[in-house]
Write a protein that binds this ligand. Structure first.
Ligand code: GLN
Length: 510
C-alpha cells in the first residue's frame, strides 16, 4: 500500500483533510450564525433558539452512528462521503432561502412560515449529510496507514487540525458575510465551499488507494435503496426537529417549557445503551475487562456533561457577545458570530503543546490517568465559566460593556479542558474497550457528544431573556447562569477526582 506521499504522509490524508475542513466549515459557519439568525431574522424567543440549536447539533452528532454502519456494511466510505456531501450542499443552499424577516415582538411575531419550513428541511438535510460524511471520512484516514504504522497518530493530529482550520475560517468569513451582506449569503457561501470540497474529494479518488470502496456485499440495488432511505430519513428528521411535547406537570421540571422530541429520543437511546452495556458486562468477561469497561462508560457519561457546558459557546456566549460586549480589538470590530473562531484558534495553538506534553509527562511517570484527565477537563470548563461570571459582573465602568479579552481568556481555559478530554477520550475508547465492542463504544462516544449538544440547548434556556431586557438585566442573567455552570463543572470535576482511585482500582489486573 505505497501510494504517493506528501510531507511524509499518504496523499490521501490531504484529500480527507480538505474534505473534512470544508465540511466543518459548513457545519460551524452555520452554527456560528444560527442563534443570531433565529432570534433576529425569524424573531424566535431566546429559549426556542437555544433549544433548536441543541436539537440540530444533537442530531448531527447522533446520525453518524447510522452513517458509519451503512457504509461499513453496504455502500463503502467513498460513496457515503459523496452522498452526504451532496445532501450538505443542498441543505446549505436551502438555508440561503431566508424568506422575509418576521415582524412584531419576539415570541409573538408574524413569521414567514414557509421560509421556516424550508429552514427546518435544510437543517435536516445537513444533519443527515453530516451523518453520512463525518464518521466515514475519519475512517478513511485510519485506513490509509498500514497496521501499526507509527505515523497514524500524527496523521490524526493533522486531520483534527483540518477540523479546526475549517471551524476557524468559517466563523470569521461566514460570520462576516452573514451579518454584513445578509444571512443567506453566509449560508450560501458555506454551500459553495462544501461543493468545492466535494469536487476535490472526487478528483482525489486515486489517492484513497481503493481503501474506501464498498464491501463485497454491495449491489446497485442496495446502494439506491440506501440513498432513498437517506431521503426518507431527511423527511423524518425534518419533523423531529420541530416536534415538541407538552407533558403537563412534568414540563415544570424543565422550567415550564415543552420537551423536544429529540430529548425524548435521547433519553430512550441512553437507557437502551446502558441496558446493552449491562448485558455486555454480564456476558462472561473477566473482572479486569469489566473494570476497564465500567471506567470507560463512566468517562463517556462524563463527556456528555462536559459537552453540555462546552457548547454554551454557540448559545449564551454568542448572545453575550452580541448584547453586552466591546468587540473591538487591534482596531478591528468583530461581530458576535465571529467570536466562535476563538475556540478553534485555541485548539490550533494548544494542540501541539499537548501533543508535546503527554509523552514527556509519561516518561516521568506523571501522566494522569484517564479519569484524572477527565476531571481536569471539567475543572477547566468550570474555570472558563468563572472567568465569564466575573467579567459579566464587572463590565467597564464607562461603557457598561465586557471586554472581548475576557472571552478570549475564557475560550483558552475552556479549550485546555477540551484538550485533556476530547482527543484523550478517543484514545481511551480504543484502549479500554474489549476488542469486540470497540465499534459500538466509539458510536457511544459520539452519541454522548450528541447528548451533550441536547443538554447544552436545555441549559442554554436558563440564559433566555426577553427581547426588551436592558443590558444590565442581560449581564445580571449571564452572571447568574455562568456562576451556576462554573459550580457544575467544579463540583463534577471534584467528584470525579474523588472517584479516580476507585476507578483505577477497578481496572487493576488480578
Ligand atoms: N470539535 C470536534 C469536531 O467537530 C469534536 C467535537 C465533539 O466530539 N463533540 O469534530
Amino acid at each position: 500500500m505505497a501510494g504517493e506521499q506528501l510531507l511524509g504522509h499518504p496523499k490521501g490524508l490531504f484529500v480527507c483533510f480538505l474534505t473534512e475542513m470544508w465540511e466543518r466549515f459548513a457545519f460551524y459557519g452555520m452554527k456560528a450564525l444560527l442563534l443570531l439568525y433565529l432570534t433576529k431574522h425569524h424573531l424566535f424567543a431566546d429559549a426556542d433558539g437555544y433549544l433548536l440549536l441543541g436539537t440540530y447539533a444533537g442530531l448531527a452528532y447522533a446520525l453518524p452512528l447510522l452513517g458509519g454502519i451503512l457504509a461499513d456494511r453496504w455502500i463503502g466510505m467513498r460513496k457515503a462521503v459523496i452522498y452526504g456531501g451532496i445532501l450538505l450542499v443542498l441543505g446549505q443552499l436551502g438555508m440561503a432561502w431566508t424568506g422575509h424577516a418576521a415582524e412584531g415582538v419576539q415570541g409573538q411575531a408574524v413569521q414567514d412560515a414557509g421560509a421556516i419550513q424550508i429552514m427546518y428541511f435544510s437543517l435536516a438535510l445537513i444533519g443527515v449529510g453530516v451523518g453520512f460524511l463525518k464518521p466515514n471520512i475519519s475512517t478513511i484516514v485510519g485506513r490509509l496507514y498500514p497496521e501499526a504504522d507509527p505515523r497514524r497518530d500524527s496523521g490524526f493530529t493533522i486531520f483534527y487540525m483540518g477540523i479546526n482550520v475549517g471551524a476557524f475560517l468559517s466563523s470569521l468569513i461566514v460570520g462576516y458575510v452573514g451579518i454584513n451582506y445578509g444571512w443567506g449569503w453566509g449560508f450560501g457561501l458555506s454551500g459553495v465551499m462544501m461543493a468545492l470540497g466535494l469536487v476535490q474529494f472526487m478528483l482525489g479518488r486515486r489517492h484513497l488507494l481503493g481503501q474506501a470502496e464498498p464491501p463485497a456485499s454491495h449491489t446497485a440495488r442496495t446502494e439506491w435503496l440506501i440513498y432513498a432511505a437517506g431521503v426518507g430519513l431527511t423527511f423524518v428528521v425534518w419533523q423531529v426537529l420541530q416536534t415538541r411535547i407538552d407533558f403537563g406537570p412534568l414540563s415544570a421540571l424543565v422550567g415550564g417549557h415543552e420537551v423536544t422530541l429529540t430529548e425524548l429520543v435521547a433519553v430512550v437511546l441512553g437507557i437502551g445503551l446502558y441496558a446493552w452495556f449491562i448485558g455486555l458486562l454480564l456476558s462472561g468477561i473477566s473482572a479486569a475487562e469489566k473494570g476497564r469497561m465500567v471506567m470507560l462508560m463512566v468517562l463517556i457519561t462524563v463527556s456528555a456533561l462536559f459537552w453540555g457546558l462546552y457548547e454554551q459557546t454557540y448559545g449564551p456566549w454568542v448572545a453575550l457577545a452580541d448584547r453586552a460586549m466591546d468587540l473591538t480589538t487591534f482596531g478591528i470590530t468583530w461581530n458576535a458570530a465571529q467570536t466562535t473562531a476563538i475556540g478553534a484558534l485555541a485548539v490550533i495553538s494548544l494542540s501541539p503543546v499537548f501533543a508535546w506534553l503527554w509523552p514527556r509527562l509519561d516518561k516521568r511517570g506523571l501522566n494522569p490517568s484517564y479519569p484524572a484527565k477527565f476531571a481536569w477537563g471539567l475543572v477547566f470548563c468550570g474555570l472558563a465559566f468563572a472567568v465569564l461570571a466575573y467579567a459579566t459582573a464587572n463590565p467597564a465602568a464607562d461603557t457598561g460593556l465586557v471586554s472581548l479579552w475576557w472571552m478570549i481568556l475564557a475560550y483558552f481555559v475552556l479549550v485546555m479542558g477540551e484538550m485533556v478530554l476530547s482527543p484523550v477520550g478517543l484514545s481511551a475508547v480504543t484502549s479500554l474497550s474489549i476488542p469486540r465492542a470497540v465499534g459500538m463504544m466509539m458510536g457511544a462516544w459520539f452519541l454522548f457528544s450528541a447528548f451533550g449538544e441536547i443538554i447544552a440547548g436545555r441549559l442554554g434556556t436558563w440564559a433566555a431573556i426577553p427581547p426588551e431586557a436592558s443590558r444590565e438585566m442581560a449581564l445580571a442573567t449571564y452572571t447568574g447562569v455562568f456562576t451556576s455552570m462554573m459550580w457544575i463543572g467544579l463540583v463534577a470535576g471534584g467528584l470525579l477526582f474523588l472517584a479516580t482511585p476507585l476507578l483505577k482500582r477497578l481496572t487493576r489486573e488480578g
